[in-house]
Write a protein that binds this ligand. Sequence first.
Ligand code: MF3
Ligand code: CO
Ligand code: CO
Length: 254
Amino acid sequence: MSVIIKSAEQIEGIRASSKLAAETLKYLEQFVKPGITTLEIDRKCEEFVRDHGAIPATKGYRGYKHSSCISPNDVICHGVPNQYELRDGDIVNIDVTTILGGYYGDTCKMYFSGVVSDYAKRLVEVTKECLHVGMAQCKPGNKMGNIGYYIAEHAHKNGYSVVYEFCGHGVGVKFHETPDVPHIADLNTGLVMKPGMTFTIEPMINAGKARAKIDRKDGWTARTIDGKLSAQFEHTILITETGYEALTDVFHDF
Ligand code: MF3
Ligand code: CO
Ligand code: CO
C-alpha cells in the first residue's frame, strides 16, 4: 500500500473528525479522579462520541471491544478498559479515535488522578516535549525518520527510553494507513514528507526499559517489562505546503 495524499475534501473530513476526537479528550477530563473505573470512563467516551454523530473507531477493530484505550501507570498503550479503579497519584493515558463522516481522527493525552509525584510529572512533561520535538520536523521535503531521530534524542537526554514496538501511522481515510511513523529512527531515513499527507505522531516514553509485554489474558494491554511508568501523547498531523497543522490540537493544552 502506498501513502494516500489527501484531497481538500478529505482533509476537511479528517479535520472535523480530529476536532471531535480532541473535544472527547477534553470532555473526559472531569471524570478522571480517584475511584472511577476505566470501564466507566470508556462508557462516557462512547456516549459523547455517538452523541456527536460519530463512531468510536476502536470498537470492533481487530476484535477490540471498547471505545477508547485507557492506560494507567506502567501501561504503555492499548489499555483495555476494565474494573480497575483509579487511585490517587495515578497517571493515565486516554486514547480516542473517532470516525466522523467516514474520516478518522486519532489523539491521546495524559491525565492526573489526584495528586501526582514530581517523578511522574517529569515523565509526562518530557513525553509532551517529545511529541513537539517530532512535530517540529514536519514539513515538505523532510524525511519521516527525522521525527523519530529527534524524539529519541530528547527522551534519551532526559534519561528515558523510547518504545519501539508501536509506531505512529498514516490516518484519515483508514485507521492505520501506511507509512509507519517510528519514534526512534536514524537521521535522514524513511519517506519524504509531502503536502496532503496525514499521519499520527504518538511517542510512548518509559521511565525504565523500553520493552513492552502484552497482557496474556486480554491480549491487548501493553505494559513495561520492569513495571516502571510510561507516558504518551498523540496528535493527528497534516503536512501543508509550508509545514504542518496539528488537526487534533484544538485546545492548545498539549
Ligand atoms: N488509537 C490507537 C492508536 O493510536 C490504536 C488503538 S487500536 C486498539 O493507533 F484496537 F487497541 F484500540
Ligand atoms: Co494512533
Ligand atoms: Co490513538
